[in-house]
Design a protein around this ligand. Structure first.
Ligand code: RB5
Length: 144
């Protein structure tokens, strides 16, 4: 099986967590496309959501991770794009369900609201869980 590529992005509110999660993903054997931001200097979250969305749309990444302060701005920005299912998660079970039921293709986390230990559990579970299909396939198709 070919190595999956995961695009990661964050604003200043999610920068530190994004760096940690990029290392974790690398350790899990994924190819990591780190699209910034690259410091804690203030930037705008829609710009980085768009970079990760584009990477998936263009086929340069299979899935993504987005982090901002709350996770809310990144979710709103990413979910404006057709075919993107960005799930804001805060524990392993929400990350698992986002994959099993929603076929989420971007995991979103909020650095200011979720402990790094929990965020790492989300990454672990999200990227090791498959979509269940079946009745969920019909529902996901209705999302467009
Ligand atoms: C930045 O201060 C903060 O607004 C941003 O990281 C995010 O939480 C937006 O939803």
């Amino acid at each position: 099986m070919s190595q999956k590529t995961i695009a990661v992005g964050a604003d200043h509110g999610g920068y530190e967590m994004k760096e940690e999660l990029a290392k974790q993903l690398d350790g899990m054997g994924f190819k990591v496309l780190n699209l910034g931001t690259d410091s804690s200097d203030s930037v705008d979250y829609p710009d980085f959501a768009l970079l990760v969305v584009k990477a998936i749309e263009d086929g340069n990444a299979d899935q993504g991770v987005l982090v901002c302060g709350s996770g809310i701005g990144m979710s709103i920005a990413a979910n404006r794009h057709k075919g993107i299912r960005a799930a804001l998660c805060n524990d392993a079970i929400s990350a698992e369900l986002a994959r099993q039921h929603n076929d989420a293709n971007i995991l979103v986390l909020g650095e200011r609201l979720t402990e790094i230990v929990k965020a790492k559990q989300c990454v672990e579970r999200f990227f090791s869980t498959d979509f269940e299909g079946g009745r969920h396939e019909r529902r996901v198709k209705k999302l467009g």
